[in-house]
Design a binder for this molecule. Structure first.
Ligand SMILES: CC(C)(COP(=O)(O)OP(=O)(O)OC[C@H]1O[C@@H](n2cnc3c(N)ncnc32)[C@H](O)[C@@H]1OP(=O)(O)O)[C@@H](O)C(=O)NCCC(=O)NCCS
Length: 188
């Protein structure tokens, strides 16, 4: 990855502001509400949160990953409302391979309004145009059709299902890999 980012890159779309996570109680509690919903964590490699402390640790991880150049997670807000309603971005950035791995989650009242399509499109554009990444990928549980449809809509393609690829909560899980290359994005 060529540029070293010195300020957090806030993004704007038609309806959204994608901003930096703040290490404060407001973002902590918004993240806690998000991850304490079992429908949000159903297809996720995290346990459903039961304590606000878990949200605080996630907030710190996401914050420090950016400042160490290892990932970027944007807090998703609706324009005119500063409240965090979800998040998207790169869980990891592989500088040698110019690759990034996408992750995202949205609070349930906001599902099915095209919000994550808008947010992931902005993150994807940033990854290819500003970070000059060559490849983006996303690993999802094959049953998570909302996630698959979102990725297909943005332009990702399925590379297939990898059996037993994930392990969490004491079980192995099949995972489906989706990818998008910079040249595919440019010629979409
Ligand atoms: C996956 C998720 C982020 C989608 O966000 P969203 O804002 O509701 O998605 P969008 O409204 O942009 O919809 C994208 C596409 O997926 C489709 N879709 C949305 N929910 C769906 C569902 N439950 N089943 C099937 N398709 C669905 C939409 O119809 C849309 O396609 P279309 O425009 O062709 O109809 C949201 O469901 C979520 O946060 N889930 C829990 C967290 C999660 O699973 N994260 C991903 C881990 S890999």
């Amino acid at each position: 990855m060529k540029p070293t980012i010195v300020t957090f890159p806030q993004l704007e779309t038609e309806r959204l502001i994608l901003r930096e996570f703040r290490l404060d109680e407001t973002d902590q509690m918004a993240l806690f509400r998000l991850f304490s919903d079992g429908r949000v964590t159903r297809f996720y490699n995290v346990e459903t949160f039961t304590e606000p402390e878990q949200a605080w640790r996630m907030l710190q991880r996401r914050h420090s990953r950016f400042w160490q150049g290892r990932g970027i997670r944007w807090a998703i807000t609706l324009k005119g409302h500063d409240e965090l309603i979800g998040s998207c971005g790169f869980n990891s950035l592989n500088k040698k391979q110019n690759a990034g791995e996408l992750g995202y989650e949205l609070a349930r009242p906001y599902w099915n309004r095209g919000i994550m399509t808008e947010a992931v499109t902005a993150a994807t554009e940033y990854g290819f145009d500003e970070l000059h990444l060559k490849r983006l990928e996303a690993w999802i549980m094959p049953e998570n059709r909302a996630s698959a449809n979102l990725l297909l809509k943005v332009g990702f393609q399925s590379e297939g299902i990898f059996q037993g690829k994930g392990y969490w909560n004491g079980r192995f899980h099949d995972l489906e890999l989706f990818s998008l290359l910079q040249e595919q994005w440019q010629h979409r």
